[in-house]
Design a protein around this ligand. Structure first.
Ligand code: PLP
Length: 378
């Protein structure tokens, strides 16, 4: 059976250019980028060229880019690093209820360290409105962390306006850009953020590598200590093949052209009675459709579609065997039942119109079938 992949927000396959860059760097420049000899210097050059390339594309300088072990680490480093670098006074952070666990769990660690956290709520379309953030800001707020695009709904947040509000109170602004950076053009100067996280495997780069933009002059306490790699912001021998491959993918992609396919899928699904599209009223990533199939279990839809050859995901997280409804959809005001009935479809560079039509057809059949099995079916 043909497999059709609609889970690019979980991970996207590495692009041919990224794989070539990875293999070439592994073979040609295997030296330790911190070694003084020629083999080390060749690795260093490959690493710095990757750094220049990514930094240039987001409109910033190479010294401001820290390579990390992925999106989670980039976000942990931003949230924990900024707050821990502040020695006295400011012990308050503002974030949102729809953040990725990489940010929420870091905030929970800070709470245990005595930092107070304010959580901004999204509106029903999944948008964190700047006024909602403004209302939570205090003179002692040290950091504001609001994601650029949500991984479940694809909703793009008004980060520039939130950053302006943060700056007015003297707080630093971080944004989790893991779903947007490398997929759509990003101008960090225009966005006005102090920190910005990206992760290689969400845009055609390899897993296990990411980057954090840290504006010149912003102090961060490292998470990993040891050598003085990455300007003493992240110890450990540099992952040169990973950085080179991530840079190759970053140069390559613009997912803007997926919007018509995304619209085609949303229209087909939304036309079914009992189906609604979450975040439909907001600006969204051009690849994401999150739909509620009222009356059926999202996990059951995922399994039914998997059996028909489609990889999709339910918004819910499976922790310790129990399926929890999505914290993002609950925060948007969906009932627990409707949150549990939701499925995320995320497209990528290889997705075709044929794939979308086949998915819409399969989802229609699976939904009707599961509804008939459901105990509430009348
Ligand atoms: C995937 C993801 C992360 C985590 O990135 P990893 O590279 O998988 O650690 C963080 N934030 C968002 C929004 C994500 O989608």
């Amino acid at each position: 059976m043909q497999r059709r992949y609609f889970d690019h927000n979980a991970t996207s396959p590495p692009s041919p250019a990224a794989m070539t860059a990875f293999v070439d760097a592994s073979r040609e420049v295997f030296g330790n980028a911190s070694s003084v000899h020629r083999d080390g210097q060749m690795a260093r050059q490959r690493l710095e060229s990757a750094r220049r390339s990514i930094a240039g594309r987001v409109g910033r300088g190479p010294k401001e880019l820290v390579f990390t072990g992925g999106g989670t680490e980039s976000n942990n480093l931003a949230v924990l690093g900024v707050v821990r670098a502040v020695k006295a006074g400011r012990r308050h952070v503002v974030t949102s209820r729809i953040e990725h666990p990489a940010v929420l769990a870091a905030c929970a660690v800070l709470e245990r360290e005595g930092v107070e956290i304010g959580y901004a709520r999204p509106n029903s379309a999944g948008v964190i409105e700047p006024d909602e953030v403004r209302a939570l800001l205090r003179p002692e707020t040290v950091l504001v962390s609001v994601m650029h695009a949500n991984n479940e709904t694809g909703v793009i947040q008004p980060v520039a306006e939130i950053a302006r509000a943060a700056r007015e109170t003297g707080a630093r602004m971080h944004s989790d850009g893991v779903q947007l950076g490398g997929r759509l053009p990003v101008d960090l100067e225009a966005l006005g953020v102090d920190l910005y996280a990206i992760g290689g495997h969400k845009f055609g780069g390899p897993k296990g590598v990411g980057a954090l933009y840290v504006r010149d002059g912003v102090e961060i306490e490292p998470l990993l200590v040891g050598g003085r790699h990455e300007r003493s912001r992240r110890a450990g021998t540099e992952n040169v093949p990973g950085a080179a491959a991530m840079a190759a993918a970053f140069e390559e992609f613009d997912w803007t052209s997926l919007a018509p396919l995304r619209n085609r899928l949303a229209t087909a699904l939304g036309a079914m009675p009992g189906v609604s599209i979450n975040g439909a009223g907001a600006e969204r990533l051009p690849n994401t459709v999150n739909a509620t199939f009222e009356g059926v279990d999202g996990e059951a839809m995922v399994i039914a579609l998997d059996l028909r050859g489609f990889a999709v995901s339910s918004g819910s997280a499976c922790s310790s065997g129990a399926v929890e409804p999505s914290h993002v959809l609950l925060a948007m005001g969906l009932s627990p039942a409707n949150a549990r009935s939701s499925v995320r479809f995320s497209l990528g560079p290889g997705t075709s119109e044929q794939d979308v039509d086949a998915l819409a057809e399969a989802a229609t059949v699976a939904f009707a079938h599961l509804l008939r099995l459901s105990p509430t079916y009348a």
